[in-house]
Design a protein around this ligand. Sequence first.
Ligand SMILES: [Zn+2]
Ligand SMILES: [Zn+2]
Length: 661
Amino acid sequence: MSRRALSFADARGSRRSFLQQTAASAAVLACGDSWWNAANLSGAESPDAESDLLTLSEHVHVYCGPIQVGIVRDGHRALLIDCGDGSVDRVLPTLGIRSVEQILCTHHHRDQVCGAYRWADKGTRIAVGQAEREYFDNPADYWNEDAHLWRVYRSFRPHPLMLTEPLRVDQTLVEGQEIRFGAAKIRVIDTPGHTDGSISFVVDADGQRVVFCGDLMAGAGQIWDVYSLQRGFQRGGDSVGGYHGFMGDQWRLKDSLSKVVQQSPTVLVPSHGPVIRQPEQAVRLLTERLDTCYENYTSISALRHYFPNLMSEFAGRPSQMPIRPGLPVPDCLRHFGTTWTLVSESGGALVMDVGSDHVVKHLQGMLDREEIRSIDGLWVTHYHFDHTDGIPHFQKTFDCPCYVDRTLAQVLQQPRAWRLPCLATVPIRIDHLLDDGQSWQWREFKLTSYFYPGQTLYHAALLAERDDLRMLFVGDSHTMAGNDDYCAQNRNFLGRGKGFPYCLSLIEKLRPTHMFNCHVQDAFTFTDDEIRFMRDTLDRREQLFGQLVPWDHANYGTDDSWVRCFPYTQIALPGSTIKIDVVVTNHAEHDQTTRCRAALPSGWGGGATDWQQTVIPAGREQSLSLTTGRESHRTSARRCSKPATPLRRTAPGSASLSSTR
Ligand SMILES: [Zn+2]
Ligand SMILES: [Zn+2]
């Protein structure tokens, strides 16, 4: 039976409740120590070490746990603003609180509300913004929709920090709505940016005005992450979709921030990061930093080639690398679709990428017209579907070997184990795995394949040499305007020896006479000065984005896969044990200890796996293995139902892992 047939929408009837609790549910990675330890929050206003409790006034407190939870007190009753993992219940008795009457949610992310279920079960009223209600009612719609998992291109909202199980909602909130709770008056304002439907709460009590702003910001001049801002936008008369929208929601975020400042709050409480006593300065610093970071990004962006007006507001500034015209293409090359084909003197063809069946047809036509005599091989630049969709048809049509870089091959051979943008789900047959720098002779050309972490981390480049020609095929990584790093989810790392800085050093070493992008007709090159300019810009970017986020390195802010499950999806049979590898990238420049466990869906009996811990060396990626094999979980799963068919279980990785130094 196909997995599609098991999607939640089709699974009405007797299996419904089981599916609600299992197939639709993803494992949640639970928090280790608090987020306070995860990020470098030096200078933060630390919570009271004993109680993790910060008292803002007689009736308003903040629990500083994995996230900051607002506690509004009225005698023995409390109203919470967000509730994080629920560990806030430890401090409630110290305030004399015996019951939680209401929980108000700023947004739907798991780290905000994953602890709310047990209160909801006991009758606590849950209130959420109207725009995000569907994510609380029916998260299965997200997890069971392939368009959110595979071939993700147009939109990166909502983010996979989606809840894994429905949370009962008692009230939806709209802008301007007021909630009275004891001495406090609470007003709702819309503050989109971090998510489309984020709201903030303006709490007037005891002569103070405290704004709980969720993840709108994370401390003075900082946001919790940059990848959440990935969104399509319009600028200068051009418009782009989500894939091209790096920091695309920054303008709405800035509007929301100024709306918060207009409330004249005395204190600002973000979900992550320190409580802010000088909101206006904190917001001004964040706005300035966002502007500076964005200008740095635009200055060497490849996107300026494709959408000349999108960043025209910066044109002519010294920050912007001038764009040189392209170069004529050597006679030995043909370009159609996203495919470059290298043609030898004897008529042999080496094909690079096959983005669609049209390419196969085109190649067949070239053979028929004797423009080429044979197709000798296929080499692949990267995994995006506009470069690979035609490969299965190509391989059925032409009998030739497929050459792929070893790192990229991991994705192409097992695509469903990954969660990456523009990823097709059909595995590719690979005949020759290539090591970084491996050369071979093909006809009169010397070919060398390189690992090339440019447009994506899983990307390759090919150098083809003949006589004075040194042609470097860089996939989608550059245009003559600079680097293609406009989709944060592609994992473009900053730092010397990583990502684009690594690629630029390789260009410097290889000194190509021509470079080729799969989407660009002309050839191009970069001068030594341009390479130096780009590298300096990236060095500066590492610093700037490092300041923008409260983490040990800028890459934590832009890489939403720094913690991920491998494989990303698995089929789990009722009663079976499954193993999840949690792969953690340590982006910091020092070793870090990581702890994680999986919080299991209720259909698995709830609870959690045992904690696993490891030390990850600086700059390295390492796995921790979690096994869901405890007897109690198997028993519970059997008790729920016994469907004859396997169920999909999705394991989102970027949930609530913490790492401690
Ligand atoms: Zn969030
Ligand atoms: Zn691409």
